[in-house]
Each structure stands twice: as C-alpha cells, then as structure tokens.
Write a new protein. Structure first.
Length: 286
C-alpha cells in the first residue's frame, strides 16, 4: 500500500474531545497531501473506531496505527476489523503492531517474550477468516531481532525515538525493499530554550520507560543524557526543532539514511489540535 513519503503522527487525532473537529482536521490534512495519518495505541481503547473516523474524513490518505499493543487488542478482532474497514474504505489501513513491555504482558496474563508473542500474533492474523496481508501491517521495531522480523513478516518497521543514524542501521538489517517509517518529533519554534522545553514536556515520560531508555542507550546516549527529561544533546538528536528548513533537513536526513516514510509528530505546548503547526508543516507533505 502507498503511504507516501511523509505523514502526520498525532495523539490529538484520538484524544481531542470534539469528533467534528477531528473530522475537519483530518480532512484538511488529507487536502495538504500527507501520505498517512498515524494514531498511537495509547494503551487500548477503540483504535479501529478511531481509525475509521479518519478514513471517513479522507479520500485517499492512508491511516496507520502507531502502534497498537498486541497485548491489548486481540488478533481475531483486529483482523475482522481490518477486513471490514478495507472493504468499506479501500486498502488504506496499515496496522502497526507493538510488543509494549513486560507490564503490559503481565496485565494481559501473558509472558513477555516479544519475538515469540509477536510471531504468534502474526500467525493469528495470517490464519484469520479474512487474513491481514503482510503488506498492510508493520512492526514497531527498535532492536535487530524485531527489525528482522518486521522485514520478513510485515510491510516493514516503524521505530520510535530514533536518529537518522539508527535509520541507516535499520535499513541495512531490513534490506532494500521493506517499509522503514521512523517517528520524528518536531517543534515549530526558533527559540532554542522554548523549543527544548516543549520537547521535554512530551518526551520525558517516554525517556523514563525502560524499553525506550534501552533503545536510546543502544543509540549511544548515556544515563546522564536520559536524566532530567533529557539532555540538550539527546533532545536535539531525537527532536527536530526550529524553522521549516531545519525540520525538513532532519526529515531528509532520515530519507537519505534509508527511510521510505517519516511520521512527523508536531509537539505543541498547549491543549487542542495543533492546527497552526500542521499548517506551517504543510509544505513538507509529499
């Protein structure tokens, strides 16, 4: 399926309290020409219902889950829902799948063996009455084993909080063909102190999670970089901030490193839909 070269990743497209405003915002993003609208898993909920709202609001834009937890969403339900939405809206839904962490597995009554659990989940998607095609699912992969599995059993990988250097390494593992769609946080703000403060406000909880902290340390960041919401070095490496040209340069760095798509998350410092930031970023839709 075609998800274009750039997309918008947004928790607001799930969390905003007014569904009419979500519909209108999604329709506008579709008119801007973004290849995909990405919505995060957020610990559960009716993610397919939220995806359908975006599919209904757009004509050609793909909708991707970035990502739903295999511990919180049963494979049979996801396969049936994917089949229904594909029949009604065309093949525009990409199921991004994640293994979460050990706590999520325990809450679901399972054992946290990520590769085993994900392979079993993909088996269930393959064996469903209406199977989910490999090209319409992706894997949140930040380690080499999950990255290899993503390339072998899905469209490809959707890594979170990574640098262009990580992207280059992931492309080597995947080979030339699979999708590689890194998440990229951005702050449309030229003021360094303010932009970094905005970035920390969103990223600090993720940096404190063991699996994300481990990924960042494998990328070369230290425990000092991870402290206090993230050092300037860390924030500058995983968040693109500043002018449109500066943000575009980071996106192009991922693409030059082997990404086929970049999922752009416009981080704001207030409630509501970040319409101003999305409009400012519209020239990067492609």
């Amino acid at each position: 399926m075609d998800i274009g070269t750039t997309g918008i990743w947004s928790p607001e497209l799930r969390l905003h309290p007014d569904p009419v405003e979500i519909h209108e915002a999604a329709a506008e993003l579709g008119r801007h020409g973004w290849g995909a609208l990405w919505i995060p898993g957020l610990g559960g909920g009716d993610i397919l219902g939220d995806a359908e709202r975006l599919l209904r609001a757009t004509d050609e834009t793909a909708v991707a889950t970035g990502v739903l937890s295999i511990w919180r969403h049963g494979a049979a339900d996801m396969a049936a829902g994917h089949a229904r939405l594909s029949k009604e809206y065309g093949h525009r839904l990409l199921l991004g799948l994640g293994v979460s962490d050990a706590a999520a597995a325990r809450q679901a009554g399972g054992t946290y063996r990520p590769l085993t659990a994900l392979n079993a989940y993909l088996d269930q998607l393959d064996e469903a009455p209406a199977p989910v095609p490999a090209g319409e699912r992706a894997v949140a992969a930040m380690g080499p084993k999950l990255t290899e599995l993503a390339g072998r059993r899905s469209a490809g990988a959707h890594p979170f909080l990574v640098t262009p250097e990580f992207t280059a390494g992931a492309r080597e593992l995947l080979g030339p063909a699979p999708l590689l769609a890194p998440y990229q946080a951005v702050v449309v703000d030229d003021d360094p102190d303010r932009a970094r403060a905005t970035a920390r406000g969103f990223l600090a909880p993720f940096i404190g999670m063991g699996h994300y902290a481990g990924s960042l340390q494998r990328q070369g960041f230290t425990t000092d970089d991870l402290a206090h919401g993230g050092s300037d070095r860390l924030i500058d490496a995983v968040v693109a901030w500043g002018s449109l040209d500066a943000i575009d340069a980071r996106i192009r760095a991922h693409l030059d490193a082997g990404a086929t798509h970049v999922a752009i998350h416009a981080i704001g410092n207030g409630p509501g839909l970040p319409l101003a930031a999305w409009r400012a970023l519209a020239p990067l839709a492609r």
